[in-house]
Design a protein around this ligand. Structure first.
Ligand code: ZN
Ligand code: ZN
Length: 941
């Protein structure tokens, strides 16, 4: 075997090498299975990477998400599934456009100066040079994705799907164009979705404005109706004032009109029971073009809408003397003018929520504009049915943790039509053409040269692009070839794009799992379910039957991962300055240690408090494995010198041990079985934490601390009489070690890859440990007898070690013990005397019926044990030592108790730290008592 591992574990050297190797060798490529080889019965595990923005950089949330996906994909691959993890990036309309616009600004130019075509070209250039850096980061981190299938949402192939989806929905009457109040960002100059608006509490004002009442002849009666508003500038667009029909204060005003101050327009008083009598004055100005509630009011009462602002939130020509002013300048001027005219009744402080653009933080302006919408029914009903249990209680899509099912359904049941247009230049341009002659719209799969209604060639394409989530919502179908597949019913598609194959779709759709964050549950998850169910239902099953809902869904399970917080459980944020950059931590400790940290804390529904101290701990774990490897290789080499070789064909399976094998061999094989069973189950339950901790305890505790120490006794290759036993022990050692590496591989892919190749002396049976089989336990592999015996032996050794410490036995000295034991333990101890002697440094095991008087003993249910040790002591020195020890223990205990009495510490510290501290305090208390007792027993001076 090639055992020239460097002395020290250096993750950087190992990881760069293997990361490059995995990509170069295309180890994780999952090509389309040939048509004539399907169905071959192999089950598929398919998972889509939530496409990061092409402008993105890897953060801790990605790292957690990708670690979970990679562990699951590697695990499934090693279990023999056809595992496909499919990567790509999103063109991210607003984010990317903003990025390039910022560049243009620094060059003293702008998007408008460049013009649309040149600007879009410029964005593509940007994308070629800088886009997708996040995927390079993924490559370095060893994500086992199929890079041959990498997509970009603006790729031609995916753009065809976007166009087909739009046209088909339009033809089905599910897309319409309409005036609607949208959240308008005056900086980005586009509509943004409700989900892209963040609300901050704002200390503003409530301005009370008096509107003069008119009599039937249009003359002012001298009476006023007072309204209250937080945005006085919108009064320029007022078309009415509404009051509650039962509000007795205003009964005499029913049917009357008002003069709109400043613009002197006459507007009606309308009655609507939506108006709250309790709020403000009970009279509400109605501005349909600038408020969603007012818009609904306006629709009910057939009122006109007057838009008073342009795209940059400056007052437009409808604002009379205020035209051209910025919205806030206009507000100031309007308040001044109202004051001057005696129409301002009051200004009150008022704290309310103000919406900001999530991208650029500009205050959003609710504004009427013409947009494209998807009629949400019947898409939403299908998407609800996909998640609700059917008559048999089965769910086509299962959410983990289950609570998100309710969140999803609640949102889906209250969903509004989906505004899909954005006033951007970067994105999929809407395939609709406006006719200057007949003013009708032509929507087409191929760019038309004339109006479909009147034949005029005076047509121009819609300038809006589609919401980014429209294309990412289609990914589960589009990445597998839809609509260019047989049976997708895509009339009119160009024949050259018709691939005719549907092998990918049949093999990989529905995908198995989606791992994603809560923040895009509605943005993305819900839309994939709506669009996936809608479009895939027309694709017949491979046997020609209709596709049931359970096969139309885009994925069968959705795992919503937790948030990564800082060590104090605070949310990471740039303003707080507590953001941990995963790449920095990886540089310091290695990818494997960071992955293991995340995995060891990840379980459904629990946020992760990322603590670098833990990563340090797992780096030490990696070191421990490295050192164990070197120890094993040293022995393999020693064995080779006397002609003993480990048969590499015996590796790669679940090891077994015969009944006549030594106890430690039977025990470690049984432990491995139990560990494999627990880890497989934990991964099936998304309990990454349990899986990681189980492996950790097995490797560090059972394998390194116990088994390796015991097996040292057997590896005596110099003595010919002991060689057969040594050979057998060495074989078990290497077999168990090799299987443990496979068990650990999905969690620490780099370290295990390096060591695994070395185990096989550079001639491994596969190109990668990732392509071998994951250890699967056999129920018969658990050896209960070996487990019980070893547990007893371990408890004896632990007690002896404790006794040695208490009695002050020097570290290296071997001493006799007295053991009172029943017949079983006695036989066990006799058979394994060498183990006790070595691990507890015992020179002789004396079996007794009762421990000799004068010896301090430890008592357990199974045995009494005492260390036979008489120290010749220097009373003065001993008194001195004990006095010092007592002082030290007292100090330590006081400090621990102080911390444990500190409420704020207890609230902030992770439970493991508190537990550790408690344990430590107990131990110190014990030692203190013992030292005090020993001191009291010293002969007087
Ligand atoms: Zn914005
Ligand atoms: Zn026309």
């Amino acid at each position: 075997m090639a055992h020239d591992l460097p002395k020290a574990y250096d993750p950087t050297a190992i990881e760069d090498h293997w990361a490059e190797y995995w990509v170069r060798e295309k180890l994780f490529a999952q090509p389309t299975p040939p048509e004539d080889e399907r169905p071959d019965g192999q089950s598929s595990f398919t998972i889509l990477l939530p496409p990061p923005n092409v402008t993105g950089r890897l953060h801790m949330g990605h790292m957690l998400n990708q670690t979970e996906m990679d562990i699951l994909t590697r695990w499934h691959r090693m279990r023999g599934d056809r595992a496909l993890w499919l990567p790509g990036t999103d063109h991210a309309g607003i984010a990317t456009q903003m990025m390039v616009e910022r560049q243009l600004t620094s060059e003293g130019t702008s998007r408008q100066k460049l013009g649309r075509e040149a600007f879009v070209k410029r964005v593509w250039e940007w994308r070629c040079h800088y886009g997708g850096a996040i995927l390079d980061q993924m490559k370095r981190l060893g994500a086992s994705v199929d890079w041959d299938r990498e997509y970009f949402t603006m790729d031609e192939r995916l753009s065809v799907a976007v166009r087909e989806a739009f046209v088909r929905l339009y033809e089905q009457g599910l897309i319409y164009r309409g005036a609607y109040i949208v959240n308008w960002c005056p900086r980005c100059q586009t509509a943004i979705s409700d989900l892209e608006v963040v609300y901050d509490e704002h200390k503003g004002h409530l301005w009370e404005i008096r509107y003069p009442v008119h009599d039937d002849a249009g003359r002012e009666t001298g009476e006023f109706l007072t309204i209250a508003t937080t945005r006085p500038e919108t009064m320029l667009g007022d078309v009415a004032v509404a009051i509650h029909p039962d509000d007795e204060r205003y009964t005499h005003l029913h049917g009357k009109k008002l003069r709109l101050p400043l613009l002197n327009r006459e507007i009606p008083i309308i009655l609507d029971d939506w108006v709250s009598r309790e709020f403000g004055t009970g009279a509400v100005k109605v501005t349909p073009a600038h408020d969603p509630n007012d818009f609904a009011l306006g629709e009910r009462h057939h009122l006109p809408s007057i838009n008073v602002m342009d795209d940059t939130a400056h007052i437009n020509e409808n604002g009379g003397p205020y035209a051209g002013l910025d919205r806030y300048v206009a507000r100031k001027k309007i308040v001044e003018d109202l004051t001057e005219q005696g129409l301002l009744a009051g200004i009150k402080d008022h704290t309310h929520n103000v919406g900001h653009c999530d991208r650029c933080k500009t205050v959003v302006e609710p504004r009427l504009s013409t947009q494209w919408f998807i009629k949400i029914q019947p898409l939403a009903d299908k998407a609800i049915a996909a998640v609700k249990p059917d008559a048999q209680g089965n769910k086509a899509i299962r959410f983990v943790p289950e609570m998100y099912e309710k969140t999803y359904l609640n949102w889906m049941e209250n969903i509004h039509d989906w505004c899909i247009s954005r006033q951007l230049w970067w994105g999929h341009r809407i395939p609709a053409w406006h006719c200057a002659a007949c003013h009708k719209i032509t929507v087409a799969r191929q760019d038309p040269s004339q109006c479909a209604h009147c034949g005029s060639d005076q047509i121009t394409q819609e300038t809006d692009v589609l919401d980014t989530w429209f294309s990412s919502g289609l990914l589960p179908v589009s990445v597998f070839g839809w609509p260019n597949i047989q049976g997708a019913g895509a009339p009119g598609l160009a024949s050259e794009t018709w691939e005719g194959s549907r092998a990918d779709f049949d093999t990989f759709y529905p995908t198995s799992l989606l791992v994603t964050g809560f923040d895009i549950l509605f943005f993305w998850v819900a839309r994939m379910i709506m669009l996936g169910c809608w479009f895939s239902k027309d694709v017949k099953m491979s046997d020609g039957s209709d596709r049931p809902l359970s096969e139309s869904v885009p994925f069968r399970e959705v795992y919503i991962h937790a948030l990564v917080r800082d060590a104090n459980r605070e949310k990471m944020s740039k303003t707080k300055g507590n953001v941990i950059d995963p790449i920095e931590i990886v540089k310091q400790y290695g990818t494997d240690a960071v992955r293991f940290t995340l995995a060891s804390m990840a379980s459904p529904g629990t946020d992760i408090a990322f603590n670098v101290a833990r990563t340090e701990g797992y780096r030490a774990f990696a070191n421990k494995i490295w050192n164990a490897t070197r120890f094993i290789f040293m022995n393999v080499d020693k064995a080779a010198e006397v002609g003993i070789a480990v048969d590499s064909s015996s590796l790669g399976n679940m090891p077994s041990a015969g009944h006549d094998a030594p106890l430690e061999a039977r025990w470690i094989v049984s432990e491995l079985q139990a560990t494999a069973a627990a880890v497989n189950q934990a991964l099936a339950d998304y309990r990454f934490d349990e899986a990681a901790n189980t492996i950790y305890q097995f490797f560090w505790g059972s394998f390194c601390d116990w088994y390796l120490e015991i097996v040292k006794l057997r590896l005596d290759f110099a003595d010919a009489s002991k060689q057969p036993a040594a050979r057998a022990s060495l074989a078990t050692l290497v077999q168990v070690f090799e299987a443990s590496l496979r068990l650990l591989s999905p969690f620490m892919p780099f370290l295990t890859e390096e060591v695994w190749h070395a185990v096989y002396d550079g001639q491994p049976p596969a190109k990668s440990i990732a392509l071998t089989r994951y250890p699967q336990p056999a129920p018969s592999g658990i050896d209960a007898d070996a487990s019980a015996s070893m547990a007893l032996l371990q408890s004896l050794i632990v007690e002896v070690r404790a006794l040695r410490k208490e009695s002050g036995v020097e570290e290296k000295a071997a001493v006799p013990i007295e053991l009172r034991a029943d017949a079983t333990l006695r036989r066990l101890a006799e058979q394994n005397r060498d183990i006790i002697e070595r691990l507890a440094r015992v020179s002789d095991v004396r079996f007794v019926d009762a421990i000799s008087a004068g010896l301090s003993k430890h008592h357990t249910a199974a045995f009494d044990v005492a260390v036979v040790y008489e120290r010749t002591i220097d009373v003065v020195a001993e008194r001195d030592r004990l006095t010092k020890d007592i002082a030290k223990y007292e100090k330590g205990l006081a400090s621990a108790e102080r911390q444990l009495g500190n409420e704020s510490f207890l609230q902030k510290a992770p439970p493991t730290v508190v537990d550790g501290l408690k344990k430590q305090a107990n131990e110190t208390r014990n030692l203190l008592e013992k030292a005090r007792e020993a001191l009291s027993h010293l002969p007087p001076q």
